[in-house]
Design a protein around this ligand. Structure first.
Ligand code: UD1
Ligand code: UDP
Length: 373
């Protein structure tokens, strides 16, 4: 049986791993996983395992919060030990967090092939920690599963075409797979929140680039609060103290981070989404809700080209203009850029064939993990 070890650590990775792990199990893989503990609050981690019916991690680390070097280094050390003892045939990493780069580096140095889901994304902003993580991870990966053709093109421009496969976006798989369950289980959400469908905006904010600029964040929040529309804002722990310190607000409703099902419902029923999240930008568009992105660039350029998403940075004036014109911008269908909702099955099929092929190529004496002496 082919043995695959998945590495996750942060909120969006649990969501991405849910459909892929299921597809791998259905394809007959033996699935192991490591949760680095980068995110650890109940509503940043356990809630996703429960809602998405995920198998508990084989190895639960408790690395927690810290600087980039420390968090990545702790992950690297701990994952290396696990890989030496578990000897998987391949390691699967997602996206661009510190768990991603730690897992990819640990594996490649043990000569274990790395499969990178969500490969090829680029912001071309090297001050973003995620950009460093994704560039390095792509360059050490054997199989690079891209969510969009744009991502495949970025890899080609960096000289990578071998092992690159456009599969579509596993976050679209997750929306398709779990959307109906979310509808069932969270039917009463708007009543509980006392919000009317299409009568409110949804907001999220968590990027380091935002929290590093408190004055701009304050101006944005006071501006949004003055516009009169109710705004639902589930607050990421990174920015909680800052957001609370700028309150109280009249129209912005702060909540704890929400479960995935609640979030999908909150997105679907919002009339507009304002965010700096990568995943939320696309989920807005999958739900046919216009989005305004509080960043200076996006990796998901198709959303902008198709008229669904506007990039405004942390500029309150640009934000207000974008909100005013969001409904009137011409919008084109976009879902096809992100695949057919079966990216996970394509990954499982390809990995299975690729590992069979690799096993045939391997000299009879080679047994898997190579531990340096
Ligand atoms: C990380 C990822 C980012 C991703 C985001 C998803 C990196 C470099 N960044 O950013 O790409 O978009 O996750 O949400 O990996 N904290 C808690 N409880 C938790 C988790 C975090 O209180 O369960 C607080 C801690 O104060 C911590 C801070 O949030 O220092 C930031 O957490 P961290 O994981 O370092 O970065 P994120 O901003 O979450
Ligand atoms: N999300 C969630 N609850 C929240 C905020 C976000 O379930 O309170 C989900 C969201 O629906 C999306 C993912 O988390 O699937 C996005 O994660 P995040 O914004 O933390 O990170 P990014 O995508 O920017 O890396």
């Amino acid at each position: 049986m082919k043995r695959i070890l998945t590495i996750v650590g942060a909120r969006p990775q649990f969501i991405k791993a849910a459909p892929v792990s299921l597809a791998l199990q259905e394809a007959g893989f033996e699935c192991l996983s490591v949760h680095t503990g980068q995110h650890y609050d109940e509503n940043m981690s356990a809630v996703f395992y429960d809602q998405l019916n995920m198998t508990k991690p084989t190895h639960q680390l408790a690395i927690g919060s810290g600087s980039h070097g420390w968090q990545t280094g702790e992950g690297l050390k701990a994952i290396e030990e696990i890989l030496i003892s578990e000897k998987p045939d391949a390691v699967l990493v997602y996206g661009d967090t510190n768990a991603t780069i730690a897992g990819a580096l640990a594996a490649v140095k043990l000569h274990i092939p790395v499969a990178h889901v969500e490969a090829g994304l680029r912001s071309f902003n090297r001050r973003m920690p995620e950009e460093i993580n994704r560039v390095v991870t792509d360059h050490v990966s054997t199989w690079l599963y891209t969510p969009t053709q744009t991502a495949t093109d970025h890899l080609a421009n960096e000289g990578m075409s071998q092992g690159v496969l456009w599969v579509g976006d596993v976050m679209l798989d997750a929306v398709d797979q779990f959307g109906p369950l979310a509808e069932q289980q969270c039917a009463g959400l708007l009543d509980e929140l006392e919000l009317g469908a299409k009568q409110y905006w949804l907001m999220t904010m968590h990027r380091a680039e935002s929290t590093d600029q408190p004055e701009q964040v304050k101006t944005i929040l006071t501006t949004l609060d003055s516009l009169g529309t109710p705004i639902l804002f589930p607050v990421h722990p990174r920015i909680k103290a800052m957001v609370e310190s700028f309150g109280p607000y009249r129209h912005i409703r702060l909540t704890d981070p929400m479960g995935y099902f609640e979030m999908l419902m909150a997105e679907r029923h919002a009339s507009l989404i304002v965010t700096d999240s990568g995943g939320v930008q696309k989920e807005a568009v999958f739900a046919n809700v216009p989005c305004v992105t509080m960043r200076t660039e996006t990796e998901w350029t198709e959303t902008v080209q198709a008229g669904w998403n506007q990039i405004v940075g942390l500029d309150a004036n640009k934000l207000v203009v974008a909100i005013e014109q969001a409904d009137s911008l011409a919008k084109e269908p976009i879902r096809h850029h992100y695949g057919n909702g079966a990216a996970s099955q394509t990954i499982a099929r390809h990995l299975s064939e690729a590992l069979d092929h690799a096993a045939q190529q391997k000299p009879a004496t080679e047994t898997g993990v190579t531990v340096p002496v």
